[in-house]
Design a protein around this ligand. Structure first.
Ligand code: 5GP
Ligand code: MG
Length: 175
């Protein structure tokens, strides 16, 4: 049991399970992008811990940068996406890899992919640690998925509840 602010959560994905799955995804990315020098765009804030652990395991030359968007307030997607920090790197002609913490309704990712596509990258792929297939409202193709999870609110490992819980090593699910 874990209390974050006023809500109770139970352990859902352990640090060991996260580590194993992330090492596996990193291996796939290293293989698929060999010789390509991709531009990795990590989506803040939620994906910060995932990006960090994933990038340590990817062993090909790449560039890494961050973008920041916001769509959630407390426990609900607002359906509106705010771009808080945009992309400063040249995207045109690059092999872009977007790294997200979770694809829920798909609204944020759809918005992001549209804005990146306008800048004419050579390719775009999506990595998401978590995917809630039942919550999807927009068709988003996630190329590398950590875990498919039920449509229940989760915190930890970068994901927050109202700003708290991001520092937890494991992922917890709302009780
Ligand atoms: P979407 O636009 O796909 O509905 O939502 C994407 C964003 O909402 C994620 O990047 C994440 O920040 C937030 N989000 C979606 N589901 C959850 C959840 O279960 N827990 C937390 N903490 N954030 C979530
Ligand atoms: Mg996010």
């Amino acid at each position: 049991m874990m209390k974050v602010k006023d809500k109770e959560f139970t352990l859902f994905i352990s640090a060991e399970e996260l580590g194993e799955r992330i090492a596996h995804i990193a291996k796939d990315i290293s293989k698929d992008y060999e010789g390509k020098k991709p531009l990795v765009l990590g989506v803040l804030n939620g994906a910060f811990m995932f990006i960090s652990d994933l990038m340590k395991e990817v062993d090909i030359p790449l560039q890494l940068s961050f973008i920041k968007i916001s769509s959630y307030q407390a426990m609900n997607s607002t359906g509106k996406v705010k771009e808080l920090i945009g992309v400063s790197e040249e995207i045109k002609g690059r092999e872009v890899i977007v790294v997200e913490d979770i694809v829920d309704t798909g609204v944020s990712m759809t918005h992001l992919l549209e804005s990146i596509s306008e800048k004419e990258p050579a390719s775009i792929s999506v990595v998401s640690l978590l995917l809630k297939p039942e919550a999807l409202k927009k068709p988003v193709t996630v190329d590398y998925i950590g875990f498919e999870i039920p449509d229940k609110f989760v915190v930890g490992y970068g994901l927050d509840y109202d700003g708290f819980g991001r520092n937890l090593k494991e992922i917890y699910q709302l009780k």
